[in-house]
Design a protein around this ligand. Structure first.
Ligand code: ADP
Length: 418
């Protein structure tokens, strides 16, 4: 007998059995019966044409009707339903048909059910991936919004703090100037010096906040001028020499190939980068340690390295420390000394350094075996600065044109064989 006739023979029993087993309540059962009858209609078409793809639209419809929370629970798939339907078919083929007819029907239906199960798995995975990427996008948007609010907060806070700080600074200098000489005892002078220090630290923090918001909002403007990195590094080293001695550290600023090469960059901003990196090296290296500033010339770039024998940075934090407020460790251990061992700041130094280096078209990264306060494996910060022989600012370029020509001929003269 033809499979269609056999299917029609068991159909009413099958609809009854499946709906009874899988649906609760008469209303739900009636609706489900309707769906099962539609399913049977497509199954007939699939048998008639020999094309199991006829079942795709029913599966699609069932998958589409699943709720968001069902998709979330990955276990709620259609496969158990299809298994139940196949099982009921096998039971009825045994109960209602002869052995041969049952075998004929099952051998026609099995490839169709296999197709349905494969198709279901594929479609459900696609739907789940869609759901996950939608969720990821949502999380990304939330994070971006949070980052924007963080950035807005920094900008507003910096602006709001700047005005009262200028007032305090003004009044402090008035007090100093108006103080009668007989009152200028050491006690008063110590208090005034303490105030000055506090004002300076606050100014540094506010300036850092302003820099972060300039970088975040792509508003940083570089003032390109001729720069010799070697000179810049020596200047930073000299500035920090007193602190280095106080902390009994050994700071060496080496000369390297390329350190005396002229490049266009923003000297103030690069000074800020290297000052930040050296201050960190001082801060995170125990007394008696060594800090070495070195570098090398690479095609189109100059690489500067600042290596210390300090506590090091955990591999998992190599990227994190360049994020805003990426300072590691406990806030309660925060020390206010800027160059004291492990004396933390607000965690803006490295993100600013990264923003400034990237604004120059360069890169910055850290290398360290890991964090260990006992063993002190040290860290090496690498800064790659592009060598620019022309400034992007055309007016400035004309101003320094003679310098560029002179630098080029000096370079030619010093090339072996020229
Ligand atoms: P902070 O103001 O906390 O120093 P930074 O942005 O300059 O902020 O640095 C972020 C974090 O990176 C620091 O809190 C510290 O944990 C780590 N770090 C920076 N430089 C070094 C270094 N030379 N050695 C070890 N850890 C460092």
């Amino acid at each position: 007998m033809h499979s269609i006739t056999l299917l029609d023979e068991i159909r009413p029993h099958w609809v009854e059995r499946v709906s009874h087993r899988l649906a609760r309540g008469e209303d739900v059962r009636a609706l489900f019966r309707k769906q099962l009858n539609e399913f049977m209609g497509f199954l007939r078409q699939a048998i008639l044409t020999g094309d199991p793809a006829w079942m795709n639209s029913v599966i699609d419809q069932w998958i589409q009707s699943r709720t968001q929370s069902e998709i979330q629970r990955q276990d709620a798939t259609l496969s158990p339903l299809l298994n139940h339907m196949l099982l009921a078919t096998m039971e009825l083929a045994r109960e209602k048909l002869s052995g041969d007819d049952g075998l004929t029907l099952m051998s026609t239906l099995l490839p169709i059910y296999t197709h349905m199960i494969n198709y279901t798995n594929q479609k459900e995975s696609e739907r789940h991936i869609e759901y996950i990427s939608r969720e990821l996008n949502r999380v990304r948007e939330t994070l971006e919004r949070l980052d924007r609010s963080k950035s807005d907060f920094i900008a507003v806070a910096a602006h709001e703090l700047k005005t009262p700080l200028t007032l305090i600074e003004g009044y402090a200098s008035m007090v100093r100037e108006q103080l009668p000489p007989q009152l200028c005892d050491s006690h008063t002078m110590i208090s005034l010096k303490g105030m000055d220090n506090g004002i300076r630290r606050l100014q540094e923090i506010i300036n850092d906040m302003i820099d972060v918001s300039l970088i975040d909002n792509d508003m940083l403007q570089l003032n390109f001028q001729p720069v010799w990195l070697g000179q810049l590094l020596t200047m930073v080293g000299n500035e920090l020499q007193t602190v280095v001695e106080e902390r009994n550290l050994n700071l060496v600023v080496k000369e390297f190939k390329g350190s005396d090469e002229m490049t266009f960059a923003d000297p103030e901003r690069l000074y800020q980068v290297f000052r930040n990196l050296l201050t960190n090296a001082i801060k995170y290296t125990p007394d008696g340690g060594r800090i070495t500033v070195d570098g090398r010339e690479l095609p189109g770039f100059i690489e500067v390295t600042i290596a210390d024998t300090g506590i090091g940075v955990d591999e998992a934090d190599h990227d994190l420390i360049f994020e805003k407020f990426g300072r590691l460790g406990e806030v309660s251990l925060h020390s206010s000394g800027k160059t004291k061992f492990k004396g933390g700041g607000p965690g803006l130094g490295l993100p600013i350094a990264k923003g400034l280096v990237e604004a120059h078209g360069g890169t910055i990264w850290v290398e360290s075996e890991g964090y260990d306060e006992q063993r002190c494996p040290g860290s090496t910060f690498h800064v790659l600065i592009p060598v620019l022989k022309e400034t992007p600012d055309k007016k400035v370029s004309r101003l320094f044109s003679s310098l560029v020509t002179r630098d080029a001929s000096t370079a030619r003269a010093s090339t072996p064989g020229s």
